[in-house]
Design a protein around this ligand. Structure first.
Ligand code: DGL
Length: 273
């Protein structure tokens, strides 16, 4: 029996992390919670973000996750301690993964306003490169546009141009995608940035750390697992707090097929018996 991997985000963004977990650890069952009733997180107050994280992680714990992957940078930046305390199982963060993969001293970070204001990525980069110049930009328009399916709209392109200005002025050659929604914008960002600019998705390094952790908790390493029966995919349960149909439609292009999605009520689950 493999441990259940829990992931959560405000909406679609964490699916970029889920996809990587699915590809890297096809035997690990996953439980994903998209808190779509409260998206976006990144323009909320710190108190809100911490209270929401406590509620969501409590629910995931009740559902029996054996390990938690923070698929939301905003919660990671402002409520990692809350998640660790509430989870009762090991927690893999995204932001602390970034220090190991940055190889430049001119680093830009695109993130939600809350993550950018927290300075969490600046601290993470400085942990390994204290001399690095880190330019953090909050991008309030991105998540609402992505959630609305406007991946190719002029509004999105215009917003991106504006957010990239400070990074271009600072001459960065490396840009951290500091929100799990943003890997979906990689093509656009790459087009608007100077050729050769390196885009970093912190989830890649974070997901690499998950394997040794799962093995230390008793899971068979992926290389020793028996072949998977068709359709060669592990069990993944997708849950949302908002409209399941809207999420299924929006998630289709991200996941390659239209998934089954359940609506859940976190507040009920969090209430004492
Ligand atoms: N995708 C999340 C993050 O990585 C949350 C974005 C939001 O809801 O504002 O920060």
């Amino acid at each position: 029996m493999s441990l259940l991997v829990g992931l959560f985000d405000s909406g679609l963004g964490g699916l970029t992390v889920l996809r990587q977990v699915q590809q890297r650890y096809p035997h690990s069952p996953c439980l994903y919670l998209g808190d779509t009733a409260r998206v976006p997180y990144g323009t909320r107050t710190v108190e809100d973000i911490r209270a929401i994280a406590a509620e969501v992680v409590h629910w995931l714990r009740e559902e029996g996750v054996g390990v938690l992957v923070m698929a939301c940078n905003t919660s990671n930046a402002l409520a990692l301690d809350v998640a660790v305390a509430e989870a009762g199982v090991p927690v893999v963060g995204l932001i602390d993964s970034v220090a190991a993969v940055i190889e430049s001293d001119r680093v830009g970070v695109l993130a939600t306003p809350a993550t950018a204001a927290s300075g969490a990525y600046r601290r993470a980069v400085h942990a390994s490169r204290p001399q690095a110049q880190v330019t953090e930009v909050g991008c309030p328009a991105f998540v609402p546009l992505i959630e609305a399916g406007e991946l190719h709209s002029p509004a999105l392109r215009e917003a991106a141009r504006g957010y990239l200005e400070p990074l271009l002025a600072a001459g960065v050659d490396t840009v951290v995608l500091g929100c799990t929604h943003y890997p979906l914008l990689s093509g656009l960002l790459q087009e608007l940035l100077p050729p050769g600019t390196m885009l970093i998705d912190p989830a890649i390094a974070a997901v690499e750390r998950l394997g040794p952790l799962l093995a230390s908790l008793g899971d068979l390493p992926e290389s020793e697992q028996p072949p998977l029966p068709p359709p060669l995919q592990q069990a993944t349960r997708l849950c949302v707090t908002g409209c399941p149909d809207a999420f299924a439609v929006a998630a289709h292009p991200w996941l390659g097929s239209r998934p089954a999605v359940e609506r859940v009520s976190l507040r009920l689950a969090a209430r004492p018996a």
